[in-house]
Design a protein around this ligand. Structure first.
Ligand code: COA
Length: 161
């Protein structure tokens, strides 16, 4: 039986790069759980419920994708979901050190879990959530960088609707 995969992240907001990784993961695993949490080292721009809504909306056409929140240790969440694979995206060498540390820590915490790294399309390698937030806040166009539902919600938020 092929394993269930979890793609964790803060997704603040989700970008086309995240979507690209989700799609690639669905080609490898029968079920992909996109698991949203707050990174203890970042102050979120969007509340969890907005991020859940944006991700559900932008993945609704992919039946093998489920979007949820989690809190606490990622390895405990995987155990609860009977998942054994963590998906992470690697955009550039600069991601590697942080990802390497997390993958080894997660393996130390649970030897039965493997981290699988996927590379997004090169068109998305320079995108990050904080850059999207900055460009949008300063009036730049984020149209080709985030899913349509994310763009709409960010516009509404800017207008204070
Ligand atoms: N396309 C575009 N951007 C991408 C991307 C892709 N494919 N992959 C990563 N990014 C960006 C994100 O937008 C984000 O940018 P930002 O820093 O500007 O916000 C950055 O890369 C990393 O974000 P993300 O992938 O969401 O990870 P994270 O570092 O916010 O989250 C967790 C890391 C949530 C997985 C980690 O903190 C965790 O597991 N927490 C649970 C507690 C735990 O178990 N801790 C021990 C871990 S060993």
């Amino acid at each position: 039986m092929r394993p269930i995969a979890v793609y964790p992240g803060s997704f603040d907001p989700p970008t086309n790069g995240h979507l690209d990784i989700i799609l690639r993961a669905t080609h490898l695993f029968p079920k992909v759980i996109v698991a949203i949490t707050d990174n203890a080292n970042k102050y979120p721009t969007f509340p969890l419920k907005d991020r859940l809504k944006m991700l559900r909306e932008s993945t609704k056409h992919i039946s093998s994708v489920q979007v949820e929140f989690f809190s606490g240790l990622l390895v405990n969440y995987l155990k609860k979901k009977k998942a054994t694979v963590i998906i992470r995206g690697l955009r550039a060498i600069s991601d590697f050190e942080y990802e390497f540390q997390m993958a080894l820590m997660n393996r130390k915490l649970n030897k039965g879990i493997e981290t699988v790294f996927l590379m997004p399309d090169e068109a998305y390698t320079y995108i990050s959530s904080s850059l999207i937030n900055e460009v949008s806040r300063l009036g730049g166009n984020i149209k080709d960088l985030v899913p349509h539902s994310v763009e709409m919600l960010m516009k509404k938020k800017k207008k204070g609707v």
